[in-house]
Design a binder for this molecule. Structure first.
Ligand code: SF4
Length: 454
């Protein structure tokens, strides 16, 4: 079917075909799952909630728990206040979470439900919490929803006591649990105490124990979220997903922040390590120096296979910019950078990055869709595609190797455990890219050119 995509690109403003994003509550639900013993709650109809849970479950291959206000016609007309009140009682009675994180949906936003008033009017058991954020899906994307839910936790819970806890607050972008583990590993190696919010490691990559546990061991604890207000600094990874949380923490608790790119690639990981060094005043340990040196070594060794290869990168804005930085370091040529998330800062950052490496012909677009990217590829093909599963039909139609990275990856396994951030994560991504390009060379070369040693 995708081979029927026409080459002629026409201007579209009101239609997205094969969108490069999903809706805000998916991100809000993911952020809420990164809080320990939290029940994400979807204030809307059951259909929305089922879709969001399914989407996360398909990517992480783990059950994504969530409850719903279960709107029917009555709530849609008269408002969902009583539904929320009943939901909160039932959820605490039956599932006993420590906290319920409510997000809205298109329906509850359109009818104008006032969540703050509803929650104030709802009995909450002692020692339990209910927080909320607004996630109308006709603006933004799942990345916006993720940022909004982080903001909701901070606004409701974080408190400045005036006594520093000596920690740094780490706000990760929309990344896999394996990436969160890698960011924490680097902070530990740098000897910098931290709280990470959200932290889906140990939740969305929890081990099989033989017993179902609705609230696995992982996730940021409520005391730690409250304590974010006493951190001496915060670091956000990826401006699209974290700026809001960083600003909330500064505005509410006077915690200064550093906004960094997602630490994908050498320079971006260096920036994270340097930020930690400044905060902790500690030496960079040999283990990190070794990882960095190995990464540089591998990129140099395999350089002939990367040199000037053209690549289309699509997905979430922070992830696309991070991967673009890595492939530029590898000597590759990013030709198309696409995100479905709105925000012209994506284009500005992308152009700045390309200018550093003298790349002048990259097409960079936010609020875009994969149909349009396919049209660009039809007119001017690339050697490689990097992104999520929704690009696989294009890769097949145009016979282009695809390296799966970012969100969502619905048709492969293990990806959420293997980081793409940090020096070790970059090494894993470099291996995938090298293998994809070398497999293609093996497939396409003449019999007499098939090499044993490459
Ligand atoms: S109605 Fe809105 S919130 Fe529900 S699934 Fe659709 S886009 Fe998402």
């Amino acid at each position: 079917m995708q081979s029927m995509t026409p080459k002629e690109v026409s201007e579209r403003s009101g239609l997205r075909v094969n969108p490069c994003k999903t809706c805000q509550p998916v991100g809000a639900m993911y952020a809420a799952l990164g809080v320990h013993a939290c029940m994400p709650h979807s204030h809307g109809s059951q259909g929305c909630c089922s879709y969001h849970r399914t989407y996360l479950t398909r990517h992480f291959k783990e059950p994504a728990i969530a409850s719903s206000s279960s709107f029917t016609e009555g709530a849609s007309v008269f408002g969902g206040g009583s539904n929320l009140k009943a939901s909160v009682k039932n959820i605490f009675d039956i599932y006993n979470p420590d906290i319920i994180a409510v997000h809205t949906t298109c329906l509850s936003e359109t009818i104008g439900d006032d969540l703050k008033s509803f929650i104030l009017d709802t009995p909450i058991p002692d020692g339990k919490y209910v927080v909320h954020t607004n996630t109308p899906s006709y603006v933004g994307s799942h990345v916006t929803g993720y940022a909004n839910m982080i903001s909701g936790f901070i606004k409701y819970l974080s408190v400045k006591t005036g006594v520093s806890n000596g920690k740094v607050a780490l706000i990760p972008g929309f990344i896999n649990p394996g990436d969160m583990r890698e960011i924490k590993k680097i902070a530990k190696l740098m000897n910098v105490p931290f709280t990470m919010l959200p932290d889906t490691s140990g939740v969305m990559d929890a081990p099989m124990t033989g017993t179902y546990n609705m609230y696995p061991k992982g996730g940021t604890t409520i005391p730690d979220i409250i304590g974010l207000g006493d951190c001496k600094k915060s670091i956000g990874f990826g401006e699209f997903a974290t700026t809001l949380g960083l600003e909330d923490l500064r505005n509410k608790c006077k915690v200064p922040f550093v906004s960094l790119p997602l630490p994908i690639g050498i320079a971006n990981t260096d920036a994270y390590v340097m930020a930690l060094q400044e905060i902790g005043a500690s030496e960079v340990p040999y283990e990190l120096e070794e990882e960095r040196g190995q990464l540089v070594d591998v990129i140099l060794d395999a350089h002939p296979y990367f040199d000037n290869k053209t690549v289309a990168i699509y997905g979430d804005p922070d992830t696309v910019l991070g991967i673009a930085a890595l492939v530029l370091e590898m000597g590759m040529h990013p030709k198309y950078l696409v995100t479905g998330t709105p925000g012209e800062a994506f284009v500005t950052r992308g152009k700045d990055l390309m200018a550093q490496y003298g790349v002048e012909d990259a097409v960079i677009k936010a609020s875009a869709d994969l149909f349009e990217m396919h049209q660009w590829i039809k007119n001017d093909k690339v050697d490689l595609m990097i992104g999520g599963t929704h690009g696989k039909t294009i890769a097949r139609a145009e016979d282009i190797p695809l390296v799966r990275a970012g969100f969502p990856v619905l048709d492969r396994y293990v990806h959420s455990y293997i980081p793409i951030v940090g020096y070790r994560g970059a090494l894993a991504l470099v291996e995938k890219i090298a293998n994809a390009l070398m497999d293609r060379q093996d497939r396409d070369c003449a019999d007499e050119d098939l090499e044993m040693v490459m």
